[in-house]
Design a binder for this molecule. Structure first.
Ligand code: ATP
Length: 434
């Protein structure tokens, strides 16, 4: 029997009207179809932790696809089904999504063979999950709306700030849970329970992570590196010796830790000022993690993790180029705006951020952030067409002229189209192009 608790007040105080209405609409649709329906997992965990709620995941006792089809028809939204897993996604007009999973009703014949006993399938669905904190469900059917259901002690573990698995073979069954335990422990500031920690060590000893496919490890690492501050997680991974399993040369040094802190500060600065310039956050931390390793070792790590070709290029070639470039800038600084522009213009945002994190020289940091803020988007307002209408014959000279215009603009000159045209005309005239 589960522990239950009424959390309707929490739903009222913590959720906006839209989500509250959505939850009761879901419950009502469940009632119409005669299906028990629950909101589960991360939603409930984050509700209890008073953290922002991102996804709505529901589980129906019955066929989730039937539920999604019915709900979509009465609320005028779209839905996608995955027959293979008996799951569906309800998609609202503005893109908001609700994931629907099916907990199949299971019937057991009693010894007397006649009546059939219906097992509580939500319990079995929750029992398959990773940690107790992810096993909470809240009933959405009208009669029991707002009843929290706790089969595995998740409420207590949230209160005690502890990550615990549900059964002893959990990490053997799915070794990615080792990374998930570390991710959640870091994100919430929870400790990993003693038994759970020992089971992680056992799983590592029998080669669970060693045999995990690169793709799966990579996906988990990307998630860890996307967290607000991945450093404690990286330290925990090192404590368990997980980095060594990925590559025997990986060793977390004080330099790497300091670089992680520096990346953290850089990203905080960037995201505050330029929230609309999105970049893969994980990649900056990944570059920091691999910083200092040779091309050969980095290649072996990238291959072990089955990096897609584009990302591999970023982590190997771009990262090494960025590190060399920053050393050169540090040596030659101060240089002209034009030189800085030519050095930096081909680097992606994530590489520029990595360079900012790498340098210890305040004046260099200032120069790069000046480039990022004021010069990166520098483009001529005129183009080939304008040059053609000035009577200049098309050819490589076009890019020469446009580059000269950029040079001028980098010094704050040529602010209007007219000024640029005048400049181009004079240049063409002086060089006998017209
Ligand atoms: P996040 O906030 O990072 O999105 P989450 O727990 O809300 O975390 P998912 O990682 O998408 O989101 O997982 C959704 C649910 O599925 C989890 O709450 C967990 O119960 C279950 N789950 C996910 N991965 C596993 C796994 N490897 N083993 C068991 N259960 C898992």
């Amino acid at each position: 029997k589960p522990r239950t608790k009424y959390v309707g007040n929490l739903l009222k105080s913590r959720l906006n009207t839209r989500i509250r209405t959505l939850l009761s609409d879901i419950g009502n649709a469940g009632d119409t179809l005669g299906m028990e329906i629950f909101v589960v997992g991360g939603f409930v965990r984050d509700l209890m932790l008073e953290r922002p709620i991102e996804d709505v995941d529901v589980v129906v006792e019955g066929d989730g696809i039937v539920f999604a089809r019915y709900f979509s028809s009465i609320h005028h939204c779209r839905f996608h089904q995955h027959r293979k897993f008996n799951t569906a996604v309800i998609i609202f007009e503005d893109g908001f999504k609700v994931d629907v999973a099916s907990a199949r009703l299971e019937y057991y014949a009693t010894p007397a063979a006649l009546p059939v006993v219906e097992n509580s399938s939500i319990k079995m669905d929750l029992a398959r999950r990773d940690f107790t904190i992810n096993t909470l469900a809240i009933s959405l059917n009208a009669e029991s709306f707002g009843t929290l259901i706790d089969y595995f002690g998740g409420v207590r573990d949230i209160k005690d700030k502890i990550i615990r698995i549900i059964h002893n073979l959990s990490f053997i069954e799915d070794p990615t849970r080792i990374f998930r335990a570390i991710k959640f422990s870091n994100r919430f500031g929870f400790r990993i329970g003693k038994v759970t920690a020992n089971l992680i060590k056992n799983a590592l000893n029998v080669g669970a992570v060693k045999h995990l496919s690169g793709l799966r490890v990579l996906s988990e690492l990307k998630q860890i590196f996307s967290e607000d501050n991945p450093l404690p997680a990286v330290q925990t991974m090192a404590d368990y010796g997980i980095d060594k399993v990925i590559h025997h040369d990986l060793k977390l040094t004080d330099t790497t830790c300091a670089l992680f802190r520096s990346v953290g500060k850089t990203l905080a600065w960037h995201d505050l000022l330029y929230s609309d310039d999105v970049y893969p956050r994980w990649s900056v931390y990944f570059m920091a993690w691999l910083h200092g390793y040779s091309f050969t070792v980095s290649t072996q790590i990238a291959d072990r993790l089955m990096f897609p070709i584009k990302e591999k290029e970023l982590l190997l070639e771009q990262r090494i180029k960025a590190a060399q470039q920053i050393r050169l800038i540090e040596k030659k600084h101060p240089v002209s705006n034009q030189q800085m522009y030519r050095w930096l213009i081909h680097f992606k945002t994530e590489c520029l951020l990595f360079m900012l994190a790498l340098t210890k020289k305040e004046s260099v940091r200032k120069a790069i952030s000046h480039f990022y803020t004021h010069q990166r988007k520098t483009q001529p307002l005129i183009g080939g067409k304008d040059l053609k209408s000035l009577g200049i014959t098309p050819g490589p000279v076009y890019s020469t002229i446009l580059n000269k215009i950029i040079d001028e603009k980098l010094d704050g000159k040529l602010n209007t189209m007219e000024e640029e045209i005048k400049f181009a005309k004079e240049y063409a005239f002086e060089n006998k192009l017209i």
